[in-house]
Structures are given as C-alpha cells and as structure tokens.
Write a protein that binds this ligand. Sequence first.
Ligand SMILES: [Zn+2]
Length: 86
Amino acid sequence: MKYHTIKEKLCCPFDKGDLELQIITLQEETNEVLEGILSCPRCQRIYPIVHGIPIMVPDEFREDRFERPLLDQWKQKQQKQQQLIP
Ligand SMILES: [Zn+2]
C-alpha cells in the first residue's frame, strides 16, 4: 500500500483514531510500504503491514504467529537504530 494512502485513508477501526506509521521496508520507486507497523496511540493497538497489506482485523481473528516475526524484526531494527546513537 502506498505511503500517502496509508497516511490519508487509514484510521484505527476501533476508535477511528489517527495511526502512527513505522516503516520497515519501503519500495522507493513506487513509494509502497511493503512492511511496517501501524500503531494507534489511543487504544495502543498495533497493526502490522505484511506484503504491502495492512492487517486490520478484529482482535479475535488475529493470529500471533503471523505478526510475531514482523514485530521481532521491528524491535531489532529499533535496537540497531539506538545503537547508532552515541
Ligand atoms: Zn485505536
């Protein structure tokens, strides 16, 4: 999904709050976010973007095994960024 589409069109399905986007993989030619994390500051829910598709399903249909690898990747990336800061 394209970056500006995500920023303009998507909001939290539970409380309609604005979502924050963390990009993990961006395809620069098309400005397409392939992997990322959307988070809602209001309800603290996290929605992963997998293969360009935001996973925004009700809690009862969410499967941890699909989301876990991406969240781990995201955490590793954050840790790396922190290491770069002296
Ligand atoms: Zn929310």
